[in-house]
Design a protein around this ligand. Structure first.
Ligand SMILES: Cc1cc2nc3c(=O)[nH]c(=O)nc-3n(C[C@H](O)[C@H](O)[C@H](O)COP(=O)(O)O)c2cc1C
Length: 201
C-alpha cells in the first residue's frame, strides 16, 4: 500500500480553483486505479504554516531533531519522508509558487533528513518516490519567450529533485486568464491528461 501526500497550495475552495478541479480529478481517478492506497490531504491554508523563526531554525538544525516527530515544523518533514508519492497542486503566483508552499518547502528541507551535504554538493535522501506537480497559470510560461520566467513549476520540480525524488511529472493548464481563450477546454484537456497519468502513477 502506497502513501500519497496530496499538497494543496491555494486558499480557494475546490469548486472555485481551476488548479483544484484538475488535482481533485487526478485524485479521484488515482483512487479508482489504486483503491488500496492511502491519500493524505494536506491543505496548507488549513495548517499552521508560517515563516521559520530563529528558534525553529535552531531546532531543525539541532542533534535532537530526529526525536522531534511531533514538533510543529518537523512533523511535516517526517510526514514528507514517510510518503511514497506526492501530488502538488499549485497556481502560479507572480511567476512563482504561493509563499505558503515555499514556507512548506522550508519546513521539509532539513539537513540529514531530506537531503545532506557531501564533498560533491547537496544530495537528496529520498529514494524510489515519484511526484506530479499540477499547476495552472493565467498566461503562458512553459514555452518561449516567457519560459525563463517560470519559477513556479521549475522551482517545485527542483525542490522535489533536490530531495531525491527523480520521477517528477508536470500537468499544466496555461492561458487561463487570457481574454478569448476557451478556459473550459484548457481545464478539461488538463483533466484528461491528469486522468491518464493517475492510472499509471
Ligand atoms: C496573487 C496572484 C498572482 C498571480 N500571478 C500570476 C503570474 O505571475 N503569472 C500567471 O500566468 N498567472 C498569474 N496569476 C493567475 C493564476 O495563476 C491563474 O489565474 C490560475 O489559474 C489561478 O488558479 P486557481 O483558479 O486555482 O486559483 C496570479 C493570480 C493570483 C491570484
Amino acid at each position: 500500500m502506497a502513501k500519497v501526500l496530496y499538497i494543496k497550495a491555494n486558499p480557494k475552495s475546490n469548486e472555485e480553483s481551476r488548479t483544484f478541479r484538475i488535482s481533485e480529478h487526478f485524485i479521484k481517478e488515482y483512487k479508482k486505479a489504486h483503491p488500496e492506497d492511502e491519500i493524505i490531504e494536506l491543505d496548507l491554508y488549513k495548517e499552521n504554516i508560517h515563516f521559520l523563526s530563529k528558534e525553529e531554525i535552531d531546532t531543525i538544525m539541532s542533534e535532537d531533531k530526529y526525536n522531534l516527530k511531533d514538533h510543529p515544523v518537523l512533523k511535516y518533514t517526517f510526514q514528507f519522508v514517510e510518503a511514497d508519492k506526492y501530488v502538488i497542486a499549485t497556481p502560479m503566483w507572480n511567476l512563482s509558487i504561493p509563499a505558503i508552499l515555499k514556507a512548506y518547502f522550508d519546513y521539509v528541507s532539513v539537513t540529514d533528513i531530506t537531503f545532506k551535504y557531501t564533498e560533491n554538493g547537496a544530495v537528496g535522501l529520498l529514494k524510489n518516490k515519484k511526484a506530479v506537480v499540477i499547476m495552472t497559470t493565467g498566461g503562458e510560461y512553459l514555452t518561449p519567450p516567457f519560459d525563463e520566467w517560470d519559477f513556479a513549476s521549475k522551482y517545485a520540480t527542483s525542490m522535489l529533485k533536490f530531495f531525491g525524488v527523480e520521477d517528477v511529472s508536470l500537468i499544466a493548464a496555461q492561458r487561463l486568464d487570457i481574454i478569448g481563450e476557451d478556459v473550459e477546454k484548457l481545464v478539461s484537456d488538463a483533466m484528461k491528461e491528469a486522468e491518464q497519468l493517475a492510472k499509471q502513477f
